[in-house]
Design a protein around this ligand. Structure first.
Ligand code: ZN
Length: 455
C-alpha cells in the first residue's frame, strides 16, 4: 500500500501544537512521531515537506446547502462544485441537510445520501429537517437515527414555505423524541410571529438595505428564548445555527445562566460583514437569512468566539450566481444565501494572525474537532491521531492575500468577501490520504466523497 510521509510540519490539536511527522498509509493516519525515518517504511512513500507550515485536521463545514432546490431554482454550487470550493478551503467534510417531504423522513434522508454519494468529492454527513409533526414521526426519527443521522433541524420561521412547526405541544413532543433517541436539536432562530408584526408595521419598499429592518435581531433573541426554555423544560441541549446578533448572544448567555447547554454556531459573514453591504446596486448579493447586522454585532460575535462562548463556526454555504441574485432587488423574492466554504478557514485564521484572542488550538476546535464531536464524526474526523481518517490540511500561515472572485472557486462567480485581505491559505488538502487540492490545482473526484454515518 502506498504511503505519504508529511515531514516537519507544526501539528495543531485543540490542546497542543508540536512539530512532528505524520505517516499516512492508505486512508488512515498510522503514525505520528517527532521523527519518522523514510528508510524505515517498506512501502512506496511520497515525501511531503511541511517545514514552516501548519498541519491541521480536515476542516468540517457543519452547515451547508449544496444543490439546494428552492423557490423554483437550484443553487449555483451543486455537489461537485461545492466539493471543489470546499477543497480549496481545506474542507474535507460537510454536514448538509435532507428536507422533510411531510411523508417519510427515512426516504428523504436516503435520497439525499444517494444524491450526494454520486457527486460529492469530499465526505459528508447529513442533518434531517423536520417541518411537520405527524403520527409516526417518532418511528421515522428512529429510522433516520439508525441510518446515521445525529441531528434534526427545526425552523422557527418560514411559515410561507411550510417549514414552521408552530404548536408548542408538538414541539415539546419532538424535543422529547429527540431526547429519547439521542438526536441533537438544531434550530434556525427567528420568531415568525414577531417577524409578521414587524412586517405589518412596515411601509418601505423592501430593498435589500431594509432586510435587517424586516428581520431584526429581536426576532432571533425571542426565538432563542422560546426554544431554549422548551429545551430546559425537556432537559436537552439546544444547538443554535448561524447566530447573527449581539442580542441573540445575550439571550444565549441568560439561558446558560439558567442551566441550559447551548451550542452556538456562527458563520464568517456574521463575524465579518455588516449591513452596509446591502446598500447599492450589489445589495442583493449579500442577502441571506438572518440578515447581516451592525458592526457592533460582528465585534460582539468575534469577542464571544475568542472567549469560548461560540462552539462551532460553519458557513451556511448556499450560493446563487450573480445573475440569480440580481434578478430581484426585492427582499421578498431575492434568493437568500451566499457561498463561504472556501473562505472560512483563512477568514477565521485572520483572527489568530491579527493578534485577536483566538488561538490556533481554538481555531481547530471550532472548525473541526468541535463539529466532529457534536455530530458524531469523532474520532474518525476532526483530529490528527493514529487510526483517524487521513483528512489533513497543510496550511501556510504566513501568506497574505486578497479574497476575490478571481481566486475563489464557487460557481456563483463572486465572493461576498471581495477585497478582504486575509493571512493564511490551505496549500494542500488530503481526503482519506488522497490529495484533492494541491498547489492551486483541484484533484477531487466526484463520487469519491463518502457518507459518514454519525455514531
Ligand atoms: Zn442553513
Amino acid at each position: 500500500m502506498s504511503c505519504i510521509l508529511i515531514q516537519n510540519g507544526l501539528l495543531i490539536d485543540t490542546e497542543w501544537k508540536r512539530r512532528a511527522d505524520i505517516l499516512v498509509r492508505g486512508s488512515k493516519i498510522v503514525r505520528i512521531s517527532p521523527h519518522i525515518d523514510p528508510a524505515s517504511i517498506h512501502d512506496n512513500v511520497t515525501l511531503v515537506h511541511a517545514d514552516g507550515l501548519l498541519v491541521l485536521p480536515g476542516i468540517i463545514d457543519a452547515h451547508t446547502h449544496y444543490h439546494l432546490v428552492s423557490r423554483g431554482t437550484v443553487t449555483a454550487d451543486s455537489f461537485k462544485e461545492g466539493s471543489k470550493a470546499a477543497a480549496f478551503g481545506g474542507v474535507t467534510t460537510v454536514v448538509d441537510f435532507a428536507d422533510d417531504d411531510h411523508v417519510s423522513l427515512p426516504s428523504c434522508f436516503r435520497s439525499r445520501v444517494d444524491a450526494m454519494g454520486e457527486e460529492m468529492a469530499i465526505d459528508f454527513a447529513i442533518h434531517q429537517g423536520v417541518y411537520a409533526f405527524r403520527p409516526g414521526l417518532e418511528e421515522e426519527l428512529a429510522q433516520v437515527k439508525k441510518a446515521g443521522c445525529r441531528a434534526i433541524k427545526l425552523f422557527t420561521t418560514y411559515k410561507d414555505v411550510g417549514y414552521l412547526i408552530e404548536n408548542r405541544e408538538e414541539l415539546r413532543r419532538i424535543f422529547h423524541m429527540c431526547r429519547d433517541l439521542g438526536l441533537m436539536v438544531c434550530v434556525h432562530c427567528e420568531d415568525d410571529e414577531y417577524l409578521q408584526q414587524v412586517a405589518s408595521a412596515y411601509h418601505g419598499d423592501y430593498r435589500p438595505k431594509d432586510h435587517p429592518v424586516l428581520r431584526p435581531a429581536r426576532a432571533e433573541a425571542l426565538a432563542i428564548e422560546h426554544m431554549g426554555t422548551l429545551a430546559l423544560e425537556v432537559g436537552i441541549p439546544l444547538y443554535v445555527v448561524h447566530l447573527s446578533s449581539a442580542e441573540g448572544l445575550e439571550t444565549v448567555r441568560s439561558l446558560r445562566d439558567r442551566g441550559l447547554e447551548v451550542i452556538v454556531e456562527t458563520t464568517p459573514h456574521y463575524l465579518f460583514l455588516d449591513r452596509s453591504k446591502l446598500e447599492g446596486p450589489d445589495g442583493p448579493l449579500y442577502v441571506m437569512t438572518p440578515p447581516l447586522r451592525e458592526e457592533k454585532d460582528n465585534l460582539a460575535l468575534q469577542e464571544a468566539l475568542c472567549n469560548g462562548e461560540i462552539q462551532v463556526v460553519a458557513t451556511d454555504h448556499c450560493s446563487f450566481t450573480r445573475a440569480q441574485k440580481l434578478e430581484s432587488h426585492d427582499t421578498r423574492t431575492i434568493y437568500p444565501g451566499i457561498p463561504g466554504s472556501e473562505e472560512m478557514l483563512p477568514l477565521i485564521h485572520n483572527l489568530v494572525a491579527n493578534g485577536a484572542l483566538l488561538t490556533l488550538n481554538e481555531m481547530v476546535n471550532v472548525l473541526s474537532t468541535g463539529p466532529a464531536k457534536y455530530f458524531g464524526l469523532y474520532p474518525h474526523k476532526g483530529v490528527l491521531r493514529e487510526g483517524s481518517d487521513a483528512d489533513i490540511v497543510i496550511f501556510n500561515p504566513d501568506v497574505s492575500w486578497t479574497l476575490s472572485s478571481e481566486n475563489t472557486h464557487s460557481e456563483c462567480g463572486y465572493t461576498p468577501y471581495e477585497g478582504m485581505n486575509v493571512i493564511g491559505k490551505a496549500v494542500m488538502t488530503y481526503l482519506r490520504g488522497r490529495l484533492i487540492m494541491g498547489s492551486g490545482m483541484y484533484l477531487g473526484i466526484p463520487g469519491d466523497g463518502r457518507f459518514i454515518k454519525a455514531t
